[in-house]
Design a protein around this ligand. Structure first.
Ligand code: CP
Length: 317
């Protein structure tokens, strides 16, 4: 199979979406990420796989976790890394984002990690990138966030390797969440079929994205027996109007609180892509509690992003 992100030999060329990855390719990324983590649970080892290559972080939207872990991952792979300060770049003088791409390519960029508010922006960049340049989608609008999905399933796999047996509840602003869209695709690719999306009607998609994914407005029903509960931030930046009106009721009804989580499995993994908003979709007690793997997700993001960049670079050499 050949698509924009998969080359004629079936290898990773860019990473734009989970949607048309094959299961074996997705598992290969997870296995490669695993190989970067030492058995003592420490940080990923430094390796020379990207020596001589330059990675540009090109973020047209704010980020803490993704941008920083791409930087750390590239440095662990021995690449040179440039973090573009887009807010203070010549974008303010009217430069088109593709002209920014061409300009940075002329400086010798090999891999771009790109975050952009426009749905499909990473594919647009990939279509215009030079033949020897790779684009990695670091989140485009509400469309996709494939490396977040990969680190989510990587984190789940380390605790609950049987994806077919999993009951997963994704709670909150699913409609506007690129993380939800990509993570649902990754979970299904690995065999999970019991995926429950829960939130107020305005935060749920019009229709379930797959026949076997269920929509719920009642948290108790949706969380019943769940093995994984993933909270989502309200994406205020993608919502017209006051998205936080009635926030106390929202927190009571849909927040990851001890009361709501009492419906889930007592050993459920508590996940959140971050950033968290305390008192809105989660409490600090839950976010940093015994069942939470939220900070593991952050740390695993380094190994997963190393794996994606190492595979793309290896395929090009
Ligand atoms: N999860 C995530 O994308 O976080 P950042 O916005 O901090 O990168």
């Amino acid at each position: 199979m050949s698509t924009l992100q998969i080359d004629a030999q079936g290898r990773l060329r860019h990473l734009l979406t989970i949607a048309d990855l094959r299961r074996d390719l997705l598992e290969n990324i997870l296995d490669t990420a695993e190989s970067f983590l030492p058995e003592d649970g420490g940080n990923a080892r430094k390796v020379p796989l990207l020596r001589g290559l330059t990675v540009f972080n090109l973020f047209f939207e704010d980020s803490t976790r993704t941008r920083t872990t791409f930087e750390l991952a590239a440095k662990q792979l021995s690449a040179d890394v440039i973090n573009m300060d887009v807010a203070h770049s010549s974008r303010s003088k009217g430069e088109d984002d593709l002209d920014t791409l061409y300009t940075l390519q002329a400086m010798g960029a090999d891999i771009f990690a790109i975050r952009h508010p426009e749905n499909g922006a990473s594919e647009r960049f990939a279509r215009h990138a030079a033949a020897d340049v790779a684009i990695i989608n670091a989140g485009d609008g509400s469309h996709a966030h494939p490396t977040q999905a990969l680190l989510d399933v990587f984190t789940i796999r380390r605790h609950r390797p049987d994806f077919a047996a999993l009951r997963v509840a994704i709670v909150g602003d699913v409609r506007h969440s690129r993380v939800a869209h990509s993570t649902i695709q990754a979970l299904r690719m690995l065999g999970t079929r019991d995926i429950r999306l829960v939130g107020p009607r305005s935060f749920l998609p019009e229709n379930a994205p797959f026949d076997d994914v269920t929509l719920h407005t009642d948290t108790a029903t949706a969380l019943a027996g769940a093995d994984v509960v993933m909270g989502l931030r309200i994406q205020c930046e993608r919502i017209v109007g006051d998205a936080l009106a009635g926030v106390d009721d929202y927190h009571a009804d849909y927040g990851l609180t001890p009361a709501n989580l009492a419906h889930a499995s007592p050993s459920a993994l508590i996940m959140h892509p971050g950033p968290i908003n305390r008192g809105v979709e989660i409490t600090a007690e839950v976010a940093y509690g015994r069942q939470s793997v939220i900070l593991e997700q952050v740390r695993n993001g380094i190994a997963v992003r190393m794996a994606v960049m190492a595979m793309i670079a290896g395929n090009r050499r």
